[in-house]
Design a protein around this ligand. Structure first.
Ligand code: PMP
Length: 415
């Protein structure tokens, strides 16, 4: 009963001449497109036109689609009536937009365990970085302590819903409660959480949520920042140009209030439609998605735990609630070579490296001879056969080591 992804006929040529279907364990980076998303995009493609810019029939229809997509995303995260949805390129863009809107005298508090997208955009001189926490209670206490020491003025606490490295879920509501008690606002990076668990702004009592369509089973190019309007309406527009303007004369410009202020230029209407269609499908199938992933994750973690020489890494501990991501190393085999062998010999796609979370990976691997790890992240495209294939491949690598030489050159920008 899980929503169908677009059927993939991707066959992987293996080193021994066989071919196999691709076992995608990289959902945490980008997830495959849903059938219903493809259908929504295909329906819009023949007749889309400019948004908020024309009185022609196609323009008016497209404007409706765009605003309907905005309403769907608003509902997807349980936003308050007066919260606004600003379409962005992805989570990175959404968090950078919020960073530009943080008042000049604000203090920002952020854990070092964040993805770089949530760690780096904030003004350095006014940001307090907290060490990666080791328990939920320690995370809440660290935020409370930092807020107690923060100067007067506006405050923003930035937290990640689920770690992109370990999949572990942070105590969002507890941190938000402490933040509120100290007059702080909270921004939730939901890039990894939203595809797997309900994110409800009101229940969590957070002020902003950032997310990416391409991790939510929609194609690239659209994400959103959802939340309070006041800081954003007071900030300079993100992109200066058409759409952001209410009136322009020779010597003065009046900028729009609301989402338009930060959506300068012609919007990515097809991206917004795709994102909204993904939100609708995920909302409809929430329970089934969670069940599917919980059972595959348990199978994967149990399988890996039984293999000598395999080390898994957690921020909070093995019992922490988590989405379908596992971070591991194999004794004696570098993570780059593990991922190369998994791909060439088994048709399995994982990610290796530091996952755009260098401080966290440094902290997790502090006692390990390895500098990088392997991340396997499952999702709607994952089957039991894929999990069993991964476990048996890891067992073989841990037991026999590498039997073939692979190029150890990093295949990306030390990601
Ligand atoms: N935050 C987290 C937790 C992520 O996992 C990612 C993507 N890996 C991002 C932010 C950035 O997302 P995007 O690349 O879509 O901007």
């Amino acid at each position: 009963n899980i929503p169908a992804t677009v059927a993939s006929d991707l066959l992987v040529p293996l080193a021994d001449g066989r071919v196999t279907d691709y076992a995608n364990f990289d959902h945490g980076a980008s997830a495959p497109c849903l059938e219903s998303v493809r259908a929504a995009v295909e329906a819009a493609l023949p007749s889309y036109a400019s948004v908020h810019r024309g009185n022609g029939y196609a323009s008016r229809i497209t404007t409706q689609w765009y605003e309907r997509a905005r309403a769907e995303v608003h509902g997807f995260v349980g936003a308050r009536d007066d919260d606004q949805v600003i379409f962005t390129r992805q989570t990175t863009d959404a968090l950078n937009l919020l960073a530009r809107a943080v008042p000049a005298d604000a203090t920002v508090i952020v854990f070092e365990s964040e993805h770089h997208a949530a760690l780096l955009p904030w003004p350095a001189e006014r940001t307090t970085r907290l060490a990666a926490p080791t328990s939920h209670a320690a995370a809440v206490t660290a935020v409370a302590d930092a807020l107690r020491e923060a100067p007067e003025g506006p405050r923003l606490v930035v937290i990640t819903g689920a770690s992109n490295v370990t999949g572990e879920i942070f105590p969002i509501a507890e941190i938000a409660a402490v933040a509120k008690a100290h007059g702080a606002r909270v921004c939730l990076d939901a890039a990894q959480l939203a595809p797997h668990r309900v994110v409800d702004i009101q229940e969590l009592d957070v002020d902003w949520v950032a997310l990416s369509g391409h991790k939510l089973y929609a194609p690239y190019g659209a994400g959103a920042l959802i939340g309070r309007a006041d800081w954003l309406n007071a900030a300079d527009p993100y992109l200066l140009g058409g759409g952001a303007t209410a009136a322009v004369t020779s010597d003065a410009t009046v900028w729009n209030q609301g989402p338009a202020r930060h959506e300068g230029g012609s919007p990515n209407v097809i991206g917004a439609i795709a994102l909204a269609a993904a939100c609708a499908a995920i909302t409809e199938h929430r329970e089934a998605i969670e069940q599917h992933e919980r059972s595959l994750l348990a199978r994967l973690r149990t399988g890996l735990a039984q293999i000598a020489g395999v080390n898994t890494y957690d921020i909070f501990g093995a019992d922490a609630d988590r989405v379908g991501t596992v971070c591991f190393t194999i004794d004696g085999v570098s993570s780059t070579l593990v991922s190369a062998a998994l791909s060439a010999e088994y048709g399995i796609g994982v990610r290796d490296g530091k996952f755009c979370a260098h401080p966290l990976v440094g902290h997790l691997l502090a006692n390990s001879p390895e500098a990088t790890a392997v991340r396997a992240s499952l999702g709607l495209g994952t089957t039991r056969e894929h999990v069993d294939r991964l476990v048996s491949a890891v067992r073989s690598l841990a037991t026999n080591g590498l039997t073939t030489e692979y190029d150890e050159t990093p295949h990306g920008c030390q990601p």
